[in-house]
Ligand binder design. Sequence first.
Ligand SMILES: [Zn+2]
Length: 489
Amino acid sequence: AMITSVHGRQPVHGSRKKFHALGDKALAVCEAVREQLITALGVAPELISIGRNGINTEQYQPCPAPINDKPVISIIGRLTGPKGELCYRLLDECLDLTAYRVQIATGSAVPERFLRFTEQVQFLGYVEDVPQLIAESDLVIGAGRVAMEAILMQRPIFAIGEALAPGLITLDNLNKAMASNFGDIGPKDLDIDFATLPQRIADALQANSPDLKLIEQVKAQYDLRAVTDQLEQDYQSVYVYKQRREMPIIMYHRFIKDDSEKGVHGTYMHVDMLEKHFKLLKRLGYQTLTFANLAEQGFAERLNPNKKYIMLTVDDGYKDNYELLFPLLKKYNFKAVIYAVTGEEFNRWDVEQADNPEKRVPLMSPAQIKEMADSGLVEFGGHTLTHPHLDTLDKDSQRFEIAENKTQLEQLIGKSLYSFAYPFGSHNHDSKDLAQELGYPFAVATNSGPLAMHEDKYQIRRIAIFPRTDVFGLWRKVRGNYTFRKREK
Ligand SMILES: [Zn+2]
C-alpha cells in the first residue's frame, strides 16, 4: 500500500494515469489541493483525504501583545517567485512605511528591486528565532506554517499568500483560510484585490487579540499527533481494502464433549473439533492476539505483514470454557478473550425464551474466572449482568448492565478490562457511547461494523463459528478475506 502527499497544485497536463502511479491514496495538504485533484485531474474523490502538515504545537505558547512605539508589522516569506511579487506589491502599494515599522524575515538575499525600500524597511535576512519575531510583532503577515505559528502564539496574523488574501484570521474565516493553506494555494496566483489591502491591514491592527479558541482549533487540525494518527488510519484503510484482508476475530460460545450436551441454538462446539481447529491454526502459523496486546502495540499491529494474527473470542462465560477450553489453551499456548456475564448462574436469557428455549447451561464460578485470568492465557471482557438486548433498554438501564458487570469483573480479577461484547450483537448509539464512556477501549459486535476494524473501534466485526464449522470451514473463515467475500454474495 502506498500513500502520497500532495503539497501543491499539480500541473494540469498530468494525466489521471500518471496520478495513479503515485499510489493508492493521496493526502492533500488542504482542501484547495483536493479540489484541484478532483476537478483538473479527474481523481476519484474517495481516493483523496486531507492530510495537513503537522506542527509540534507544544513549542508555541500564547504571548502578550508587545509594547511598540509604532505598530510593528512582520512579513515572513520568500522574496522570489510569486511570494516576492506579493511582498513587493505590499511594500509598494499597501503598507504605509512611515506609520508602521515594517520588517521582513526571509531566507533569500534581497533582490535588486527591493533595494529602494531599504531606508524604510528592515530586511532581517534569515531569522533563526521566528517565534521571538512573532512575539515582537503587532501584526504578522504570512501564509502556511507562519500563520499557524502566529495563531498558536495568540498574535494577530494577516494571512496572505501566493494565491489569496484571507486577511486577519478569526474564528469566522479560519476554515476557509485553512482550505487554501492560509492563502498559498488557490486556482490562480495573486488572485488578490490589492486596492482593499491598506484598509484591511489598518483594521487588523485595531482588532482585539485573537480568540483563544483559534489555538484549540489549530491544534486539533495540525498537531503532529493528530496528523500522524490520521495518517496511520489512512494507511490501515488502504491496506485492508486493497489487500482485502483483515485480522480474523472468531467467536465461539459453548464447548461440549458429548452429543447429549448439544443445545437447540447453534452455539456449541464439540471439544474434539475445537482441538482440530487449534491444530490447524498452529499448523498455519497463527499467533493469537488479545485486545490488551492491541492496546499496547497499537491497533495497526494486527495488520503486521510479517505476522499471522488471529483473535479467539468466546461469549457468555460458560463453565465448559474452564473445563474444556482452558486445558487446550494451555496445550497449544493460545490466548482467548472471554466475554463473561456476571449477574446470572446459568444462561437464563436463552432458557426463559418463549419460542425455542435452550437447555440450562451453567456459567463459570468467580474462582474459575480468577484462575483463568491469572494464567495469562485468558483476557476477560464485559458482556453485561443479565445478557439483555441492549437496544431495547433506555440509556440508564444499559449503563447499569454494562457498568456493574465491568466493576464486578475488574474487582474479581484485579485488572481493567479492554473490551466489551454486545449481547446478541444488539446495540444502538447509546450502547456504543456507553462502552466508550465507561472506559472500554474497544467493543465487539457480531456480523456488523466496517470491514476495516479500525474505522469503528466500538463496532468491531467478528466471524461466528457454528457447530458444523469443520476444519475446512474454519480455514475459509480465517483466511483474512472471508468478510469481503461474504459481503459480495
Ligand atoms: Zn452472549
